[in-house]
Design a binder for this molecule. Structure first.
Ligand SMILES: Cc1ncc(COP(=O)(O)O)c(C=O)c1O
Length: 456
């Protein structure tokens, strides 16, 4: 990842003109005008210009198998013909491109009806937002309004967005700002089996991580909470995937202390992790609210909060307005995406291809010492790299190198984890067996190259 660089001088006091075909030219202008928080993947950053299905192309026409999809945002595949047709049709018909929710429009209403049909029973109210962060902000406000309490419990290693309220719930020092006020939050220990904070083994533990939620409430709050926010698979944290029983115990604890359980499905939702559209429903998690974004819009900037009527009614009498939320184009794109995922049975494919990748990674683990753990659900899979399987020292540089080498072999991947040593695999749900095998081959060859370099 690169930060600021000085821009090239033309000798005239003027910066060089932007040349969009030249990556360095784009980097120079970015360095000049973007904030230093704007990071780029890869030693040689990539410019992506075209996309179709599971593939993306750079400006020079090189093709890549996209196994990260933005950051887990492409569900039905890039430029899916039905999504494209929907948007082109709307533009050709001069359909209204923007109107606020102060006017009626069919698209958000149609989407709401379809989404509620996929939700666990009782979650029959929905509010659309522009992002996952905004969805979580609204969920926090609703939980606080409904309970009259302020404290939201989060998990260490969690990520819920980049706004003030969501960053206050963030379990990564790397993402939090020094200026970040952290009020009315408390953190429970992470359900991270590979690095269990209680030094337990998953086969013999008593879910001490779940019990820790209760201890945290008892020791850091006045005993009542507004709610707790949990990702069913912790995305930015490196696809930490707690067992089903964890959620059973934690939801009970949250409810016993008067709180609302918020299931953050920004990464897991939209059919990526199970037969159901929402993993919360698949796992039978007793959630009061579910938040979504990313793959829900297949690339459109849209998020959503699903909640129960009783909690929604707690907001009555207040005004909540969000200028671009529930925009006709975005909601139409999300509705068609949802229809495609259901009609083309993409969740079934995600499960089958996810299992194929998982099997492949387990095979690779036998031959590559660098792989410390593989985990995840459906097409949300992580591979944690360690320098030594005993000490579990984070293999940070090796993970970045692996991403670069895979890119050179035509495969794009992401990374995550507190120290950036977890390779993240989250391709569109349309990936097929041949493409999975290509991905596994790229990882295998790249790992061999890394270990060869280490020995050589
Ligand atoms: C689990 C989770 N929640 C919330 C967010 C925030 O979503 P957005 O970036 O759309 O605001 C993210 C983003 O990565 C996420 O992974």
């Amino acid at each position: 990842m690169k930060l600021f660089k000085r821009f090239k001088s033309t000798g005239t006091g003027q910066p060089e003109a932007l040349n969009p075909d030249d990556n360095q030219s784009l980097i120079d202008v970015r360095d000049r005008h973007f904030l230093p928080t704007a990071l780029l993947y890869h030693q040689q950053p990539l410019q992506l210009t075209r996309a179709e299905g599971v593939y993306v192309w750079d400006q020079q026409g090189n093709r890549y198998l996209d196994c990260i999809g933005g950051i887990i945002c492409i569900s039905a595949g890039h430029n899916h013909p039905r999504v494209k047709q929907q948007l082109i049709g709307m533009l050709e018909n001069n359909e209204i491109q923007h109107t606020s929710t102060l006017y009626l429009n069919r698209h958000p209403v149609e989407l709401a009806e379809k989404l509620v049909a996929e939700a666990p029973e009782g979650l029959d109210r929905v509010s659309f937002t522009n992002s996952g962060s905004e969805a979580n902000e609204l969920a926090f406000m609703t939980a606080r309004q409904a309970t009259g309490e302020t404290i939201i419990v989060n998990l260490r290693h969690a990520y819920h967005g980049g706004t003030a309220g969501t960053l206050a719930q963030c379990g990564h020092h790397t993402w939090r700002f020094r200026s970040q006020p952290v009020a009315s939050t408390t953190s429970a220990l992470e359900p991270y089996c590979y690095r269990c904070p209680f030094n337990q083994k998953p086969e013999s533990c008593d879910l001490e991580c779940a019990s820790n939620v209760e201890t945290t409430i008892q020791t850091t709050t006045h005993g009542k909470i507004a709610g707790m926010i949990v990702e069913p698979v912790m995305g930015v944290g490196g696809f930490i995937s707690p067992p089903r029983e964890y959620f059973e115990r934690v939801t009970r604890i949250v409810h016993e202390h008067g709180g609302k359980y918020i299931s953050d499905e920004v990464q897991t939702g939209a059919g990526r992790c199970g037969h159901e559209f929402l993993l919360t429903k698949e796992l039978g998690i007793d959630a009061d609210m579910i938040t979504m974004a990313k793959g829900f819009g297949n690339g459109a900037a849209i998020g959503a909060v699903l909640m129960k009527s009783e909690d929604a009614l707690a907001l009555k009498g207040k005004m909540y307005f969000n200028t671009f939320a529930a925009d006709p184009m975005q909601t139409a794109q999300a509705r068609v995406t949802l229809e495609v995922i259901k009609e083309e049975k993409l969740s079934e494919n995600a499960l089958a291809m996810g299992a194929r990748i998982m099997d492949g990674l387990r095979q690779l683990m036998k031959r590559h010492e660098l792989i410390g753990d593989v985990r995840g659900r459906g097409l949300l899979l992580g591979m944690e790299l360690v320098k030594d399987r005993k000490t579990k020292e984070h293999a940070v540089a090796e993970t970045a190198r692996l991403m670069d080498l895979c890119k050179d072999r035509g495969v794009l991947l992401g990374k995550g984890g507190l120290f950036g040593n977890v390779l993240r695999i989250g391709p569109p749900l349309t990936i097929n067996a041949e493409q999975v095998d290509f991905l596994l081959e790229a990882i295998d060859q790249s790992l061999t190259e890394i270990s060869g370099a280490a020995q050589g």
